[in-house]
Write a protein that binds this ligand. Sequence first.
Ligand SMILES: C[S@@+](CC[C@H](N)C(=O)[O-])C[C@H]1O[C@@H](n2cnc3c(N)ncnc32)[C@H](O)[C@@H]1O
Length: 216
Amino acid sequence: MEDSSYWEIEPNEIVIRTCEHIKSGNALDLGCGEGRDAAFLTKKGFDVLAVDSSARGIHKAEQLAKIHKLKIKTRIEDIIDLSLNKNFDLILCNNVLHFLDFKNVKKVIEKMKKHTKIGGLNVISAFIENSGRYMTICPEFSNKTISIFSHAGHEIVYNEMNDKKGFAFLFKENQLKEFYREWDIIHYKELTTGIEQHDFTKLRRHGISEIIARIK
Ligand SMILES: C[S@@+](CC[C@H](N)C(=O)[O-])C[C@H]1O[C@@H](n2cnc3c(N)ncnc32)[C@H](O)[C@@H]1O
């Protein structure tokens, strides 16, 4: 690749878990980023369409596919306006929905549900709001110190994030599950991630809700 990936190339853990429940078919990766999940699923034998509004992300997904000799279909498009003329066995939307406002979160989830084949799966992971139990903490968007601890020899100061800054939308506890009330919920979990750091960000951790659901 011409430069290093900002997003990792290992798949999201939830995608590995998903493969315990579906073995093949066609898959749609909404907000695919640099294609780590799309590449993993293609390697597993899925026929994958990867969509992202970022031309740079799609370019890197295509490079990733090329390096691994994988055939991934790509589209540079906004997932809110994306129109689909077929249905899929598996639709993913990982780490994307918190960038959309609630009206569009509902629109995208409805689109995912509508375009899933009978027996197919939807997979979503997205950030959840601070609740005392889960913490989404991005020091860049913080105002109030909530903890100080050591990590790798450095003293880290964590501040409470102002939910209104940084992300357009954060799920409330159990809210993601509610969207799939009439589906079989195979997996649902809310958690706080370990400490993460991307190339140009400070150390951070996120509260996440994640779901694997099967249409009845
Ligand atoms: C944090 S990355 C996640 C990438 C990938 N799903 C993963 O988990 O590695 C979020 C991605 O969502 C994309 N994105 C955000 N809003 C979007 C939209 N409205 N339409 C399409 N892509 C969008 C961004 O361009 C970015 O690539």
